[in-house]
Design a protein around this ligand. Structure first.
Ligand SMILES: NC(=O)c1ccc[n+]([C@@H]2O[C@H](COP(=O)([O-])OP(=O)(O)OC[C@H]3O[C@@H](n4cnc5c(N)ncnc54)[C@H](O)[C@@H]3O)[C@@H](O)[C@H]2O)c1
Length: 384
């Protein structure tokens, strides 16, 4: 089988996840990486036997051998890299958030449509098998009408004032930190599972730690080093955000996200209350879907290739009882994306069931509305 030639841009935390998962995709072969940190680039290329190393994204984008680009660089270069990759005729799988704001993401959607680019965005949490199952059950009508929803996404990697990341710098992250970083994932889950768009938000964005010690030598994300020379800097972006939300069917919900919660690592939870039953999913126990009933005992449904709905069983790739994890969720998304690419190349019909740049743009519209709402102090409609 002819393999798609892939280039990965940025080999920090998530870039390495992409590189490792791409090895599981039979129809893909990583031929190049672009990474300005030379030591990181050498280490990634050496470990995974990648033939070409570029120091700059533009060099990789100019390589005619690269057919598919995985954009794993920080947020401020997503727009530029995605735009140039599309213009160069490459297919693009980008990290989230898609851009710094909805104006940029709208432009990316327009360009991708114009160039017929097959795009994807790594909203990987929706690819846990029971999350897919919850969405299938909603589509089947089991939940009934969505009435209300609540949840959170909590972490602690910004707990100390010595914790620092480019995510806190507006030049690299845009106008939002945690609401864009974690909120985009959570809002994608709500929209994916319910099948409803978020149409209005009221947000309170807050900075719990307004001054931090920024290392003089730039850190990678999620570093726990404390013994460095630093500059004390003012932090303007949110490390806490609370949102009230409305869906297009009129259901109301609320959501809190925060990165200074000691002990909370990836505590992502979503509960959806329908007119027939309720669902709850937590990333702390990601293999289980809680199904709540009024008139009979509640259930816990565990992921299972045999027991899930026909269209979602394929995401539980291990025999029932063997739990899937984060890497598997990313794999599920990549597998759907590359299956569509192969089908398109071979002239077979295919469906875009994975999140793409349209999805990424929808989340940027929610983030922009949240920032505007927090500044204005009232409800703001999401401008699609
Ligand atoms: N889908 C997910 O679950 C998930 C998880 C983590 C991060 N992300 C997203 O992935 C992106 C990267 O986050 P991270 O945690 O890996 O950050 P990171 O800081 O660990 O890594 C970013 C890498 O990009 C490199 N880089 C910087 N500027 C570049 C440029 N112009 N061209 C090429 N490379 C460049 C850096 O040297 C670094 O190695 C962010 O947009 C983030 O939101 C997504």
């Amino acid at each position: 089988m002819k393999k798609f030639k892939v280039g990965v841009i940025g080999t920090g935390y998530i870039g390495m996840v992409h590189l490792e998962i791409l090895r599981r995709i039979v129809g893909a072969e990583v031929v190049a990486i672009a990474e300005p940190n030379a030591a990181l680039a050498r280490s990634a290329a050496g470990k995974l036997e990648i033939p070409k190393i570029y120091a700059a994204a533009d060099e990789l984008l100019a390589d005619p051998a690269v057919e598919v680009v995985h954009n794993c660089a920080p947020n401020n270069v997503h727009f530029d890299i995605n735009k140039k990759a599309i213009a160069a005729g490459k297919q693009v799988l980008s990290e989230k958030p898609l851009s710094l704001d909805a104006r940029e993401s709208a432009e990316l959607v327009r360009l991708a449509d114009q160039h017929e680019t097959l795009t994807a965005i790594n909203f990987c949490y929706r690819y846990y098998p029971v999350v897919q199952e919850a969405a299938a059950r909603v589509r089947r009508g089991d939940l009934g009408d969505v009435r209300a929803f609540v949840g959170h996404f909590l972490q602690d990697w910004l707990f100390y004032d010595t914790d620092y990341s480019w995510r806190l710098d507006p030049a690299a992250a845009g106008r939002a930190n945690v609401i864009a970083d974690l909120g985009s994932h959570w809002c994608d889950l709500v929209q994916f599972i319910t099948g409803q768009k978020i149409v209005e938000v009221m947000a309170d964005l807050h900075t719990c730690i307004p001054r931090r010690k920024k290392p003089k030598a730039g850190p990678l994300s999620f570093s726990s080093r404390r013994d460095f020379e630093y500059d004390e800097v003012e932090i303007k972006l949110d490390d806490y955000a609370a949102l009230f939300l409305k869906l297009e069917n009129g259901a109301h919900g609320n959501f809190t996200t925060c990165q200074v919660c000691a002990g909370k690592k990836v505590d992502l939870e979503l509960q959806i209350f329908g007119s027939k039953e309720s669902y709850a999913w937590s990333h702390v126990h990601p293999n289980a879907l809680w199904v709540g009933h009024r008139e009979r005992g509640n259930e816990t449904f565990y992921e299972s290739s045999q027991l899930q709905a026909e269209e979602t069983g394929k995401y539980a790739t291990l025999p029932t009882g063997h739990p899937m994890g984060y890497h598997d969720a990313v794999y599920n998304l990549f597998r759907d994306y590359y299956a569509a690419m192969e089908a398109r190349r071979d002239g077979r019909p295919y469906e875009v069931t994975f999140p793409n740049f349209h999805t990424g743009h929808e989340e940027m519209c929610v983030i922009d509305a949240a920032v505007a709402s927090s500044q204005a102090g009232h409800w703001v409609k999401v401008q699609a």
